[in-house]
Design a protein around this ligand. Structure first.
Ligand SMILES: Nc1ncnc2c1ncn2[C@@H]1O[C@H](COP(=O)(O)OP(=O)(O)OP(=O)(O)O)[C@@H](O)[C@H]1O
Length: 608
């Protein structure tokens, strides 16, 4: 969704008058709107126009103070991923944003909120026609194929999206047109010529100072071309002050804090960007970001802007890569202000997955294939690795070696093996039945206090969108559980019989209760794995479906509950490097080598 700024105002105008060709559209627009020839409108004029068209109050700073996670249970929590550009198939970068969005959505659902996760594809732009021609298909066939590839990847990655938007979907056009009409009527669109250096891949004009040697685009490393064209521009300068006020009064509006600093830096040099914007009006929001709102309209409801807005706007969170920060944190809010609509509560710009230090992207073609990863390692491992290993906000590099070591150490060893060992001992010594409630078993237990603290830490980290730290806190519960198991050594207590054996049976209840808590707390990140844990603890799928974060409180397991037979919940992955060199990482020592994707293999509980 790199800012495709020039052609799409014409697409947008065609929404107003779809029968016009691009050239006639321009003339038509000009003739119809004589009020609006100059670059800058006087503020008093625009304020009057604005007052006429602002049926919804602009919340600005006041309403944007909460971060996305603070909405109360029962509230609607809307979050969006970028609408991905269909110039090529999805890659791991596109998957990364969507996995993160899904984890946040699942966490918010656990808090009892109604969550609407919006994702989709942007199907307007020059590059699409080129990509379609290269494959010998029409643009619409091409869009159908690529957008389907996104949907099917989302399915394989267990993405629980609510709305999948295609910007070519006529259902959204009426709403987008209404949005656009407000901005137009507000006097914030004008027409001018522009000439400059243009990056076809970004589909935007570049400031010459940004360019690398040979006038190459710094993102795509390909030469920009000199281009001159008539265009439409948005009067961004009118909203400069309000935007600055929003940033000052609401530091949560842009996250993480260093992205806020980046946006502040942009605002400091605002006059430069006013100029830049005049030559490259961010027109896409009408079709793209406008779709964030139109997505909220009920499937069978009226297609009106007001109806869409009342279904959940403003969004709690726009999750984006840092490449489109300016677009979402400056242009789009200004346009929302122009249209008299509330701003999203938070725009979070995460970092890039990189390959050899370069942003992985469709245009550079240096992408990591997510389908391959999912088929090789399974969705739980892929989701866990990227959310755990890339600190959310920063850039991160992928290495298969590291991937395998991490998921083996964390998911197979720390979590999977602990569950397996405990259930093995329970089967052998307690007929797979809990001897007592977990609340009773843990009376006075320091381990229980540790688990409670860690799960609370995980909640706070999820709430703050620190997904890696949330994973870490959950993993620490697993580490504490392993420590407890090793210190208590219930296998030898059972051998002693009598009171020691009773204590050992209680220890198993305590560890399994910790596993239950892990299963809930890690479910936003690796839902399939957590379901398998939950099932082993004797719960049904329905019980898992209705579980809430409140149930991470200690005491869910009851005496008499029968556990399933131990069956490993996460298969260790064979590391080809280690096999080839004959070395084995101590963190991820494979007990059982597996060739198939994430199919659990039996593990032997040595103590049992
Ligand atoms: N390397 C990456 N790391 C993290 N997120 C990425 C990466 N590449 C793309 N994304 C996600 O996709 C969004 C951009 O979508 P787009 O469809 O333009 O993909 P792209 O691969 O960056 O395209 P291009 O290479 O043509 O610029 C980013 O804002 C981000 O959410």
């Amino acid at each position: 969704m790199a800012a495709r700024l020039n052609h799409s105002i014409q697409n947008t105008l065609s929404l107003l008058n779809p029968l016009c060709s691009v050239t006639t559209k321009v003339t038509h627009f000009r003739n119809r709107l004589p009020f609006h020839r100059s670059f800058l409108l006087s503020s008093s004029y625009s304020e009057k126009r604005r007052a006429l068209f602002c049926s919804c109050a602009t919340s600005g700073a006041a309403d944007t103070r909460r971060d996305g996670g603070e909405a109360a249970a029962g509230e609607t929590f809307v979050l969006t991923t970028p609408l991905y550009y269909v110039n090529a198939a999805p890659h791991m970068g596109s998957a990364y944003t969507t996995i993160a969005a899904d984890a946040i959505a699942r966490f918010q659902r656990l808090l009892g909120k109604k969550v609407i996760l919006v994702t989709g594809t942007d199907e307007h732009g020059e590059k699409i026609a080129t990509a379609a021609a290269a494959c010998g298909s029409s643009p619409s066939e091409h869009c159908d194929i690529v957008s389907q590839a996104y949907k099917s990847l989302w399915k394989d990655l267990d993405i629980s999206y609510s709305k999948f938007i295609r910007t070519t979907d006529p259902k959204h056009e009426a709403i987008v047109k209404e949005f656009y009409s407000r901005v137009l009527a507000n006097g914030d669109i004008y027409h001018a010529d522009y000439e400059g250096m243009y990056c076809v891949n970004c589909e935007e004009y570049k400031d010459e100072k940004e360019l690398l040697e040979n006038k190459c685009c710094p993102v795509h490393l390909k030469p920009c071309i000199q281009r001159k064209e008539e265009n439409y521009f948005f009067a961004l300068s009118k909203y400069q002050q309000k935007l600055e006020e929003t940033l000052s009064s609401n530091p949560n509006f842009v996250q993480p804090s260093y992205r806020l600093n980046e946006v502040r830096e942009l605002m400091l040099h605002y006059s430069r960007y006013i100029h830049t914007l005049r030559k490259q009006l961010p027109t896409d929001p009408y079709l793209l970001t406008g779709s964030y709102i139109s997505a909220l309209a009920e499937e069978n409801g009226q297609s009106s802007l007001q109806e869409a807005v009342s279904s959940g706007w403003p969004a709690a969170l726009h999750l984006i890569g840092k490449d489109i920060l300016r677009f979402h944190a400056v242009y789009w809010p200004a346009m929302l202000m122009s249209a008299g609509l509330d701003l999203p509560k938070t725009v979070f710009g995460h970092g890039f997955l990189t390959k050899d230090g370069m942003k992985m992207g469709k245009s550079l073609g240096n992408t990591l294939e997510p389908n391959d990863l999912v088929h090789k390692f399974g969705s739980d491992a892929v989701r866990y690795f990227f959310l755990r290993e890339v600190e959310f906000g920063n850039d991160g590099d992928y290495s298969e070696d590291r991937f395998i070591n991490i998921v083996n150490a964390h998911l197979a060893n720390t979590i999977g093996n602990l569950l397996n060992r405990t259930l093995g001992l329970l089967r052998k010594n307690c007929e797979s039945t809990l001897v007592v409630d977990s609340a009773t078993a843990a009376e006075g237990s320091a381990f229980k206090d540790t688990v409670e603290k860690l799960v609370e830490k995980a909640r706070i980290q999820y709430q703050n969108l620190s997904l890696s730290a949330a994973c870490e806190a959950v993993l620490e519960i697993g580490n504490a559980g392993n420590l407890y198991m090793n210190e208590r050594a219930p296998w030898s207590l059972f051998k002693q019989g009598g009171a020691a054996s009773e204590a050992a049976a209680k220890d198993l209840v305590i560890i399994l209760e910790a596993m239950r808590i892990i299963a809930i707390a890690l479910s936003p990140v690796s839902p399939g794995l957590c379901w398998r844990i939950y099932e082993q603890l004797g719960f049904s799928e329905d019980q898992l479906a209705t579980v809430t974060w409140d149930e991470t409180k200690w005491g869910g397991l009851k005496g008499g509950q029968v556990m399933a037979q131990p069956n490993p919940v996460f298969a260790r992955i064979e590391n080809p490097t280690e096999v080839a060199t004959g070395t084995e990482s101590s963190a991820a020592k494979p007990a059982v080598k597996t060739k198939k994707k994430n199919k659990p293999q039996p593990q032997v509980a040595a103590e049992a």
